[in-house]
Ligand binder design. Structure first.
Ligand code: PLP
Length: 225
């Protein structure tokens, strides 16, 4: 096995049933993705439109691509035909634009609502109040080409495990409250995407259903985004 394949096998062995792995392949070439694909991995994450589109066009069609980075509204049109889920919906405007572009090509696209729970000011995402305002709005009820499937977030970059766990716990609370308030009758609202290479074991303990692991599989990237 290659290093990528050994890493992938190890990480998968640490995940309990019911937790799916998004292999975050950003800044890695097709050849790296193909190594993971050969091991049966079908779910990959990308964070830039200009990188996702050529990869999706050239790699096997049974790969599911999750978009996980900050998405500008003017890039939505490029991304929508290729992804199975946009995990990083961080504004009303973005959700409306995804709905519009998905309608144009006759799709209903799965989306996760990204929450800001980290200490860093730079992380994108809704606050709980902003999200509730969106879900309560009349316009939300008129979106027919997006399907809100859950919640996504990132913890602070810190060595403080209690801090990280607390942030994951908060995301889980947001998920649970939204589920019971807005999506109780909706079986597709079931995903909690949290945890990356350095903190995914804590995310699993706090109830993640999707973990997004990049460098732990593919090695350290030259560029950190
Ligand atoms: C890059 C990235 C990841 C993966 O990060 P690693 O530390 O390499 O595992 C996960 N989620 C998001 C949103 C990312 O941008």
């Amino acid at each position: 096995m290659t290093t990528i394949q050994t890493n992938l096998q190890h990480i998968k062995s640490t995940l309990p049933d019911g937790v799916r792995l998004v292999a975050v392949s950003k800044f890695n070439p097709n050849s790296a993705i193909e190594e993971a694909y050969a091991m049966g991995q079908r779910l990959f994450g990308e964070s830039h439109a200009q990188e996702l589109v050529p990869k999706a066009q050239s790699l096997p069609k049974d790969i599911q691509w999750h978009f996980i980075g900050h998405l500008q509204t003017n890039k939505v049109k490029q991304v929508v035909p290729y992804v199975s889920c946009i995990e990083s919906v961080d504004s009303d405007r973005l959700l409306f634009e995804i709905d519009k572009q998905a309608a144009k090509i006759g799709r209903v696209l799965d989306c996760l609502l990204q929450f800001h729970v980290a200490q860093e000011a730079t992380k994108f995402g809704f606050s709980y109040d902003e999200c509730v305002a969106l879900l309560d709005s009349e316009v939300f009820g008129r979106l027919h080409n997006v399907r809100v499937c859950g919640v996504m977030g990132m913890a602070s970059i810190t060595d403080d495990q209690q801090q990280i766990r607390g942030e994951f716990r908060r995301l889980k609370q947001y998920f649970d409250t939204l589920k019971s308030t807005y999506f109780a009758q909706n079986d597709s609202f079931c995903e909690l995407s949290m945890g990356m290479t350095h903190d995914y074991p804590l995310a699993v303990l706090e109830g993640a259903t999707l973990v997004r692991v990049g460098s732990g599989i593919f090695g350290e990237r030259m560029y950190q985004h």
